[in-house]
Design a protein around this ligand. Sequence first.
Ligand code: TYM
Length: 336
Amino acid sequence: MNSGEEFMKRLISGVKPTGEFTLGNYIGAIRQFVEMQSNYESFVFVADLHALTIYNDPTELHNRIRELVGIYLACGLDPKYTTLFIQSENLYHANLSWVLECNSYMGEMSRMTQFKDKSKNKGNDSISVGLFTYPDLMASDIILYDADVVPVGIDQKQHVELARNLVERFNHKYGDTFKVPEPIVPEAGAKIYDLQNPTKKMSKSDESGKGCIMLLESPESAKKKIMSAVTDSENKIYYDPDNKPGISNLLVIYSSLERVSIEEVVKKFENSNYGEFKREVADSVANFLTNLQAKYEEIVSGDLIDKTLDESNEKVRKLAEAKVKEVFKKIGVGRY
Ligand code: TYM
């Protein structure tokens, strides 16, 4: 641990273990956790309680949780810097979430765009109450640890902003209790788009599977997806997300994986045609997946996952317990 830890700002973020993990998860979120971990006191978790807003096969969910920890470690999260844990193993998240539910309003929750999108075209009897209140659980995840920064993709920014409002409201009602968290959204890569429909977010719920690259899929299959990505007919490579969403998306993917600026990528490919450009992007993605998967295989065959989680448990439980006790005292429940 860094000896100046108590003066370092805190980072927290997580990924929900539903379905397969995508290149969007990596570029929009996990890559930031890795880059930022040594400059923050960093907490990254598996948001398994969040998975429950829809039905998941229990065995599959159970396996995905481990898979995600393996992916975190394979992507470069280092237990030396990052406290890695599973949300459901710390019972205080759900405790604080209830308090926040009682301090948030139907109006503000109804304005959450993700809720509106996910509940669209569904009847009231098939939308879980959890889908509606889930931003409270997410706020709880964040403020339980007094996090300063929360690196997320653009689709989660509104939820972090809700957390900020809830903190300000709570602190105003009950006295200074929580820190106001700040969302950190990457400049490029905050939203990676579907390869077949580049105005839509790349997402694990993509039905055809052709628009989304999974972190554990075969590099060959990922290459094919890049080669058949939808572009335009201009055959000129430059960054213009409004008019050239397909090419711009590929530029962002390449720039993120190769760690070079978009301007440099555009310069590199200024005389290439789309076929040549796609081949380079496909190679870059395949290379990235090959390395990631080799590390992943090594990690899941050893004991690092359980060792890491066991070591973190006590630390996060203690922090959370102290916070929830402080909250209970402030709001007047229990004996103290
Ligand atoms: P989730 O699991 O949907 O996504 C995890 C992270 O990946 C980012 N992301 C993307 N970024 C760019 N392009 C994409 N196509 C893409 N797809 C996903 C998301 O923005 C997110 O940062 N509720 C959260 C998990 C969560 C959380 C938290 C995050 C629970 N509690 C507390 C931060 C802090 C979720 O469902 O993310």
